[in-house]
Design a protein around this ligand. Structure first.
Ligand SMILES: Nc1ncnc2c1ncn2[C@@H]1O[C@H](COP(=O)(O)OP(=O)(O)O)[C@@H](O)[C@H]1O
Ligand SMILES: [Mg+2]
Length: 218
């Protein structure tokens, strides 16, 4: 990973007012109540064309950045990749996906004393080598996810002991919901195992640039 965040562009001028951003995030959070790991169904999904970085990630970062910096001394970096076009997604559910991933990255980052590279979270976009998926990865320096836990962390209610020790509060449902939402978009989520930084990647099908998932056709 070329993990030097100084090469990444931090958004300073946002096209929206903070109030609007907060409202967006509040709406996405309300979606949480309707998303249960067992019961959320595709009929409830609403697909519209969305700029993932401009409309989703920029807003969530703007929402979480001050708190990450003040509470944890963590800076969040991303660059808007030219490569990813607008995609048909359920905007509030996709906001929830990246909200969960970023909250985890903030929560499970070590302090600088424990890992000298800690303190930066990097969000990057790209295209898979077979060109079938757009990729968005979130990486942070903190608890490493070993090979033998790579499946467990997506299970409802599962939390790694190291995570519980670092942050006692948590439900263990975040990644299960992330996976469900991404899969209902026809995509998948993967982690780079045993890796420092911890890196979680969302794969969204390239076909979403031209049409919503096939099962959406009403
Ligand atoms: N960025 C991360 N770094 C290290 N471990 C992580 C990270 N994100 C998730 N995990 C691991 O996956 C588990 C499940 O995550 P999640 O479903 O969001 O539940 P919660 O955050 O409530 O524990 C966490 O308890 C933690 O062990
Ligand atoms: Mg979580």
């Amino acid at each position: 990973l070329g993990g030097d965040p100084s090469g990444a562009r931090a958004i300073s001028k946002l096209p929206m007012k903070l109030q609007d951003i907060q409202e967006e995030c509040r709406l996405a959070l309300m979606t949480v109540n309707t998303v249960s790991v067992a019961g959320d169904s595709i009929e409830q999904y609403e697909f519209t064309k969305v700029m993932i970085f401009g409309e989703v990630i920029a807003r969530i970062v703007a929402f979480l950045r001050p708190k990450a910096l003040v509470d944890r001394g963590i800076r969040i970096w991303y660059e808007i990749p030219d490569i990813i076009p607008s995609l048909y997604v359920d905007k509030h559910r996709i906001m929830l996906v990246f909200q969960n991933l970023l909250l985890n990255a903030i929560k499970y980052s070590y302090s600088k004393e424990k890992n000298s590279k800690a303190g930066d979270i990097l969000i990057r976009g790209g295209l898979s080598s077979d060109k079938n998926y757009y990729t968005i990865s979130v990486s942070n320096y903190g608890i490493k996810i070993p090979e033998e836990r790579a499946e467990d962390i997506f299970r409802s209610g599962y939390r790694m002991p190291e995570a519980i020790a670092l942050v006692p509060s948590g439900t263990g449902f975040g990644l299960a919901i992330v996976r469900q939402i991404v899969e209902l978009h026809g995509g998948r989520v993967s982690i780079t195992k045993n890796y420092d930084p911890t890196e979680i990647t969302v794969f969204l099908p390239s076909i979403l640039a031209s049409q919503p998932p096939a099962w959406q056709a009403k």
